[in-house]
Write a protein that binds this ligand. Sequence first.
Ligand code: CUA
Length: 323
Amino acid sequence: MPLIAMMALLLTGCGDESLSALKPKGPVAQEQLFLVMLSLGIMIFVFVVVMAIYIYVLIRYRKRKGQDGIPKQVEGNHKLEIVWTVIPIILLLILAVPTVTLTFKQAEDYRDKENALHVKVTAHQYWWQFEYPDLGIVTAQDLVIPEGKYIAFDVIASDVNHSFWIPTLGGKLDANVGINNTFYLRADETGILKGKCAELCGASHALMDFKVNVMSEEDFNNWVAKMTAPPAAVPAEAQRGEQIFKDNCLSCHAVSGNGLSFGPNLNGFASRETIAGILEFTDENLKAWIKNPQEVKPGNKMPALPLSDEDIDELVKYLNTLK
Ligand code: CUA
């Protein structure tokens, strides 16, 4: 008992609300939570009834004083046999009908539907690329979506298998190499949600996080306008940094709204929630990341560049202009 109590105590420590499937923020997650609760409810009901009968029989038919020999043997009782066959069938039906219904409902393809937003997700070791084919936008690490709208996802992987998971919006979907998996999600309130890679994919699998920025329709349209606008002039104090970026970083990182690149597209970089998906967005963290990316995210494909501290300072000034 103390051992179980301790384990229960430990489990209660596992709750991060922004990563909890028990706090759904959209209809898909809500329906899935309903199925979990329904099956859990049925299981608890069966457990309680069986345990009650078990304990009753144990006490009622225990061996009493003066009772010797084997008790009267009975077998076969039609009424009982029918009862314990019919009840499980009814319970299975209660479980099966909503499960099958919702399974088909959630498999619906929203990609060609009016009013749905199409997003292509590509998983890389260890970052996420989000492409909006209808809007001409490519971004990374922060998935920006409007609230209340169905988002039709195509999910694919570029190197090894990953798994795309936003626990508060719905179950995970495999990101496989060469196979396009598809599903939809919807977020019903604005705010920042967390996403994870849910398939062991290498040294930094546990660090392969992303953010989901759920915006109001209006904010989302503003974001789209900003991402597709021609790049603003780089202020004078960031121009040296821009040159350093062009010489060292541009071969892997695009900075335009619709460019696909080997590394994450950095358009809107300075407006993102985190650096590399995991570090708080501060100049110090950005410098630490550029200086030694392997220490922050082991096994990622960004090399440490032979830049002086002054060069990195200039580079950070430029990166901060990418809003
Ligand atoms: Cu990607 Cu784990």
